[in-house]
Design a protein around this ligand. Structure first.
Ligand code: SAJ
Length: 428
């Protein structure tokens, strides 16, 4: 079949490339002419392990071509953003999904399959179907006809981890939710062509909720770890030790505290559930609050440490939203470091091997970007914000004399130092 992938971002482009690699012809669609031109040159506009070579290969073989207009195809995969509403902080905005569906409706023919992959509030796939029904009264749509519908519509969320997208796209299991069972089977036969993981069919609403639940589950569990770190801090306990010991229980698996939750999914998707059922979601809402407030706890603890060591040069280790990636958007580490840079200016140094230069908000603060070796030579206070492997691998001998605030627990062997730093060092 001919496939059209609408939205060529972090999910759409890798998905388009993997589908093309399996031998299907893919027409990618994006609103940005620059993105389209970049892809048609065989290049990419996002960073993801091995994606450059894959895109170059499928473009050269003529299997992937991009454009700004949706064209006729047999299968349409929609992977556009579902952000928050710009006027209303925690309300999902599905207008990009509906706009994509409107464009698909214009070229839709009997026999086609439409698959929504964007993370969406429960009911979005049906809303998309209703919109297509309005635009195309000539077509019989699933759930709206007694006979066999002309087109199939399904919701099939991705669950890939940035940094491992290509591998997880092929190997992860997938939920495939049809508006009707027949729609699910149609979508299943498409995914079977390039997914090695098990594909499980369900209805569209359950699949929508499943995606939100997966990320809310992680958010709630990270909130538990973050709350433990604040409690341990107040009680003068080492949270890393407590978690390490508790996790020896066969049925306990506490996640890792950090400076807050970043990225584009885990801090966003739980709100889609809360928005759909505000009175039934106290736990999910509170977890969001705990994770957001952890950032401010870390800023306050770091500021206290900096002020307790007035002559010291400070190194902030990491800006990325998580380990070993160069994605700095929605990053608590970046927010902490930028706040310290604004307050303490040239005393603050930033170590981020994944950044070519410092983000714009550091301009004019006096903070400098330095490498890890310079930081180890010249800085007395180290604030660990990201658990990059390059930081983890610094041996004790090179940091034994430092005052360390390790928000990620990467240096469990770091010795305690004199008050007040001793308390802060251990706070997760
Ligand atoms: N974090 C902690 N402690 C932990 C684990 C994570 O503080 O123990 C922080 C990270 O540092 C980061 C944030 O949470 O700031 C999110 O990182 P992550 O690795 O948990 O997740 P993402 O945002 O990279 O990707 C998630 C994944 N979802 C789940 O693991 C349930 C991924 O599988 C989804 O496909 C992705 O969201 C998405 O697109 O929805």
């Amino acid at each position: 079949p001919e496939v059209s992938v609408i939205g060529l971002g972090y999910i759409g482009l890798p998905t388009a490339a993997v589908i093309a690699r399996s031998g299907m012809t893919v027409h990618g669609v994006d609103v940005s002419q620059t993105v389209v031109d970049t892809i048609n040159r065989g290049e990419i506009h996002i960073e993801e392990v091995d994606l450059d070579g894959l895109v170059q290969g499928v473009v050269q073989r003529g299997l992937l071509r991009a454009g700004t207009e949706v064209r006729a195809a047999d299968v349409f995969v929609i992977a556009v953003p579902t952000p928050f509403h710009k006027d209303d902080a925690h309300t999902p905005d599905t207008s990009y999904v509906l706009e994509a569906a409107r464009n698909v409706a214009a070229v839709l023919k009997a026999g086609d399959t439409i698959i929504l992959e964007s993370t969406s509030p429960v009911g979005t796939t049906e809303a998309m179907r209703d919109m297509i029904a309005q635009a195309r009264p000539d077509l019989k749509l699933p759930g709206m006809t007694d006979g066999i519908p002309d087109v199939s519509i399904a919701y099939c969320p991705e669950r890939v981890l940035p940094g491992r997208i290509l591998e997880e796209l092929t190997n992860n299991d997938r939920s495939i939710g049809g508006i009707t069972p027949r729609c699910a089977r149609k979508a299943l036969s498409f995914y079977k062509r390039f997914v090695r993981g098990t594909c499980v069919t369900t209805d569209a609403r359950s699949a929508e909720m499943t995606k939100l639940v997966e990320n809310a589950y992680r958010d709630v569990n990270i909130a538990f770890a973050n709350e433990l770190s604040i409690v341990s801090d107040a009680m003068g306990l080492d949270v890393w030790e407590v978690i390490r010991l508790a996790n020896r229980h066969p049925r306990v698996n506490i996640l890792t505290p950090g400076p807050g939750v970043g990225g584009h999914c885990i801090a966003v998707d739980p709100w889609f559930i809360v928005h759909g059922a505000p009175d039934q979601t106290p736990l999910i809402r509170t977890a969001r609050g705990v994770n957001d407030s952890k950032i401010h706890h870390v800023i306050a603890s770091a500021a206290e440490l900096v002020e307790a060591n007035p002559k010291a040069r400070i190194a902030c280790l990491g800006l990325a939203f998580k380990a070993n990636i160069d994605d700095f958007r929605e990053s608590p580490a970046r927010l902490v470091a930028a706040t310290l840079a604004r307050r303490y200016g040239e005393r603050v140094n930033i170590v981020e091997p994944y950044a070519m230069e410092l983000p714009r908000e550091f301009e004019g603060t006096g903070a400098q970007q330095i490498d890890i070796d310079t930081a180890l030579e010249e800085c007395d206070v180290m604030i660990v914000l990201v658990d990059h492997d390059v930081f983890k691998s610094v041996p004790l001998a090179e940091r034994a004399d430092k005052v360390v605030y390790d928000t990620r627990g990467i240096w469990p062997d770091q010795p305690a130092v004199a008050e007040p730093a001793v308390e802060l060092r251990k706070a997760g």
